[in-house]
Design a protein around this ligand. Structure first.
Ligand SMILES: [Zn+2]
Ligand SMILES: [Zn+2]
Length: 277
């Protein structure tokens, strides 16, 4: 009976979706225009993060290969790249994708990752989405990183592995924590629960990278499990405060002080926080 109901629901899903679209037509989460969830104009306004970047953590640099932080403490992860800064309209799109069950946004958002992919020239054997803790995934009903990883994996012809890298410990939301606290918060939170890896080159996939602490904690677990190279691609990272030696990132609207978005617009910062799960 349960199986029949599931099959029936599956068969009716497209029709149900069409009915919903008719009753509640999609509106762009960026500008409100009707027709799509993330319109072509808003997508086109998302500017990819361009080199020169730190070879490891991917933060923009003026020159050199490594930022001061990666020179001081070389990370386990071989490289992190993010498609764009966590700013409007991408910020709204990620917020709806992650917290408002707008899973339709997986398509346009993963297309941005696919478009960004060729410049990376990383050779990858396996894609692994950054896992949520079991309880959070149950609450949300899906893992946004998994939705992105499946579409990216399909586009670049690379398998996706789920359920082997586990978030074994629930962690406090990273948004409220300073960089050192973030590292402590996620240290040891991930474990590999599958047969050992054999030097495979891994690509971790996530929606937002803030300090990279979550990705680094995943990389440690993967390295222990026998991974070869470990890379990460995320959709976005917040424009953060850079030291004088590094390339300043100006928020749109002019060369103001390069503080995170939340400082420019406290209400937007609260509503659309760059929470790393
Ligand atoms: Zn739009
Ligand atoms: Zn760096």
């Amino acid at each position: 009976m349960g199986e029949t109901f599931r099959l029936l629901r599956q068969a009716l899903a497209p029709a149900w979706q069409r009915l919903l679209d008719l009753l509640f037509p999609p509106r762009c989460v960026g500008c409100g225009d009707p027709g799509t969830w993330f319109c072509p104009q808003c997508r086109a306004s998302v500017t990819p993060i361009q080199p020169p970047l730190c070879q490891r953590c991917g933060r923009p640099l003026n020159d050199g290969r490594l930022c001061s932080q990666c020179r001081r403490t070389p990370p386990v992860i071989d490289g992190i790249r993010s498609v764009a800064f966590f700013e409007a309209p991408l910020r709204q799109a990620i917020h709806h994708f992650k917290y408002r069950r707008r899973t339709e946004l997986a398509a346009p958002l993963s297309e941005m990752m696919v478009a960004y992919w060729p410049q990376l020239r990383w050779s990858i054997d396996l894609l692994i989405p950054v896992p949520l803790h079991e309880r959070r995934q149950r609450q949300r009903g899906y893992n946004q990183a998994t939705l992105l990883a499946h579409r990216l994996g399909w586009a670049i012809g690379c398998p996706v592995t789920e359920g082997a890298l586990i978030r074994q410990r629930e962690t406090a939301p990273q948004v409220s924590l300073a960089a050192s606290e973030r590292r402590r918060n996620v240290a040891g939170a991930f474990t590999w629960q599958a047969p050992p890896l054999q030097g495979e080159s891994i690509l971790l996939v996530d929606d937002v990278c803030t300090t990279g602490a979550t990705l680094e904690a995943c990389a440690r677990a993967l390295r222990q499990a026998g991974a070869g190279s470990i890379w990460a691609l995320t959709l976005a990272r917040p424009p953060t405060v850079y030291r004088a030696a590094e390339r300043p990132i100006f928020a749109s609207g002019g060369p103001s002080v390069d503080l995170p978005e939340a400082h420019h617009n406290p209400s937007a910062g609260r509503r659309l926080s760059a929470r790393s799960d």
